[in-house]
Write a protein that binds this ligand. Structure first.
Ligand SMILES: Cc1cc2nc3c(=O)[nH]c(=O)nc-3n(C[C@H](O)[C@H](O)[C@H](O)COP(=O)(O)O)c2cc1C
Length: 174
């Protein structure tokens, strides 16, 4: 798949077939996640794989009842290991780099899933403390994105993007 095509044609998918995802395919997606860039190559990401319907349901509740989390065969919760980044970079590592790095890994997951014929969605609307409790995350590990993945059962049309002229600034912001 051409990279530019993949970037442009990836959509947030919120309806999934019940077809399972093989371990091999899941591994490919996770490997792609780990090839994301990270500050100082610290790789401060942690991935919690959820297939258990009870835990999926609890995640769903923590994420304002976004029911499609429960319908996906696999959910990857991408977390940032804040301690790993702050040990080297202090508050900038904790407050910025760890979040950026986990976000870059998340984008790789979305694109890799798409390249493999799967659909996914970046879910950011959730209560951190509830997700941390459900997944028993240690302190210093912050949930960044809940990513349900499955074979798509919808084909959404592309939402528009702001024109380049509006978001690109030459030399100075004006
Ligand atoms: C940080 C972030 C948080 C998001 N949170 C949610 C969410 O909680 N629920 C949801 O359905 N989609 C969520 N999305 C997906 C966006 O709605 C979606 O990317 C956007 O509408 C553009 O659509 P597209 O991904 O199909 O291009 C989120 C995306 C990002 C990057």
């Amino acid at each position: 798949m051409d990279l530019f095509e993949a970037i442009k044609n990836r959509r947030s998918i919120r309806a999934f077939k019940q077809e399972p995802i093989s371990d091999e395919v899941l591994r490919k997606i996770l490997e792609a996640a780990c090839w994301a860039p990270s500050a100082g190559n610290l790789q401060p990401w942690e991935f919690v794989i959820v297939k258990d319907p009870i835990i999926k349901k609890e995640l769903c509740r923590a994420a304002l009842n976004q029911y499609f989390i429960h319908e996906a065969p696999v959910v990857i919760v991408v977390c940032a290991n804040l301690d790993r980044s702050s040990r080297k970079y202090g508050s900038r590592g904790r407050d910025l780099y760890a979040i950026c790095d986990a976000s870059a890994a998340t984008q790789n997951i979305l694109l890799a899933a798409h390249a493999l014929g799967l659909g996914s969605c970046w879910i950011g609307a959730f209560y951190d403390d509830e997700v941390s409790k459900v997944l028993e995350l240690p302190s210093g590990v912050k949930p960044i994105a809940i990513v349900p993945i499955g074979y798509p059962d919808e084909k959404p049309s592309p939402p528009s993007r702001l024109p380049l002229e509006r978001v690109v600034h030459r030399e100075k912001y004006k």
